[in-house]
Design a protein around this ligand. Structure first.
Ligand code: SF4
Length: 407
């Protein structure tokens, strides 16, 4: 057995599908019985959907011992790809028919993506200091639900995640859990890394799976009656078909402002049956537009810390103007209406990224003149030229700047 295991991870032969499943069974048999209560963190993406459907099938078919309770926590960011959401709803129906406790985990109203962006006026997230989205719309709601679960069960649960490193990373011992590494979904690594160990222990039973096995399971095994009859083909479709599958594709929120390209959505909308989602491709350019100085305010200079000293980043750009927020709100509503008009006429899945309650809350926050902390709305617009102030308090008058630019 030892020699065979060495071969699996380090030798020339790649893991076969049955061997991958067998290793998953063994990991669940080894660690599963240590906890009475299991939970599955499910993002709706390929890795966590494969994990969820496989684990439930293994339990239902008696291949692993049934835990006392199983709770499925579906993370709804409100921005998931349309086919993923459609598949998730079908899968949730199946799970409920099996008597499994399924909970939809969503951020509180004011923390949701569009409410925070357009109601509070915080600019779109970026890869630098303003990376507010993953924690706020994925991790924190999951943590809150986990706290609730812990209170209900009175003990730690075993949290099963879809973290997957694949064979090569296993071989290289590069088990780095981060957002979006090696084709993993945004948030998956974070679930493994950041969920409090006081509330749960985590297990990633598909850690060793190669991406081709994920596709194989979602496309050809899981949809069969003998493996649970799951609607997982649509999950594979969300990644844009065979070409994307070869590339170890990943997907996150539609229009993710942190991704360089909206690859998954672009690939998806090339397919005739999903072409009606094309208006959603306008989200990403809209975020770029929102980041421009003319859509934002700027600190006028002289901003101080609590101790009275000047902050390092004088005249920093900040929140979105009210005009920009209202314009973006109209754009999002128009995109959604355009998609849903075709969806209704053709019987295709609808998009739901901004519901009437969220729209009403955004308008209410705007009417209440809501700004992020340390901003009042009285600051100048960021495209208005000002004297430049430095963190030591020195000022370079705009007139001198213009003279030197002209020279
Ligand atoms: S997919 Fe993009 S927008 Fe969504 S939470 Fe992750 S980084 Fe943020």
């Amino acid at each position: 057995m030892k020699a065979q295991q060495q071969n699996m991870f380090g030798g020339s032969r790649r893991l076969q599908m049955n061997e991958s499943i067998d290793l998953t069974i063994r990991s669940l048999q080894a660690y599963g019985p240590t906890h009475k209560h299991w939970a599955i963190a499910w993002s709706g993406g390929k890795d966590s959907t494969a994990t969820l459907t496989l684990v439930v099938w293994l339990i239902e078919s008696g291949k692993i011992q049934r835990p006392e309770t199983l709770t499925v926590l579906f993370a709804d960011t409100r921005l998931e790809m349309v086919p993923l959401m459609a598949a998730a709803h079908d899968i949730m129906d199946n799970l409920r028919e099996l008597g499994i406790d399924v909970r939809v985990v969503m951020a509180e109203m004011d923390q949701r993506y569009f409410v925070y962006l357009l109601g509070r006026g915080v600019p779109p997230p970026n890869n630098g200091t303003l990376r507010w989205c993953t924690a706020q719309i994925k991790i924190e709601p999951m943590e809150a639900e986990l706290r609730q679960l812990f209170a209900e069960k009175g003990k730690k649960v075993l949290m099963i995640t879809g973290v997957r490193q694949g064979e090569s990373a296993m071989r290289d011992a590069r088990i780095v859990m981060s957002c979006g590494k090696d084709g993993a979904e945004c948030g998956q690594g974070w679930y493994q890394e950041t969920l409090p160990t006081s509330l749960c222990d985590t297990l990633a039973p598909l850690l060793h799976w190669r991406v081709c096995h994920i596709w194989e399971w979602l496309r050809h095994w899981a949809p069969r009656a003998e493996y649970g009859d799951w609607s997982t083909e649509m999950v594979a479709e969300a990644y844009g078909g065979d070409e994307a599958e070869e590339k170890n594709a990943r997907t996150g929120c539609m229009g993710c402002p942190l991704a360089s390209k909206d690859m998954a959505l672009e690939n998806l909308t090339k397919r005739p049956q999903w072409a009606y989602l094309s208006p959603l491709l306008r989200l990403k350019p809209m975020y770029r537009w929102l980041r421009e100085p003319s859509q934002r305010l700027r600190q006028p200079g002289g901003e101080k810390r609590k101790d009275g000293t000047l902050t390092a980043n004088q005249q920093r750009m900040g929140p979105l103007t009210m005009e920009a927020r209202l314009s973006a709100l109209d754009q999002v509503l128009a995109i959604q209406a355009e998609v849903n008009q075709v969806a209704e006429a053709t019987g295709r899945p609808r998009v739901d990224i901004l519901n009437p309650e969220e729209e009403a809350r955004i308008r209410e926050l705007i009417a209440l003149n809501t700004w992020p902390n340390k901003w009042t709305g009285e600051e100048p617009r960021a495209d208005i030229a000002l004297d430049t102030m430095y963190s030591d308090g020195s000022v370079w008058p705009i007139f001198d700047f213009l003279k030197s630019s002209a020279a």
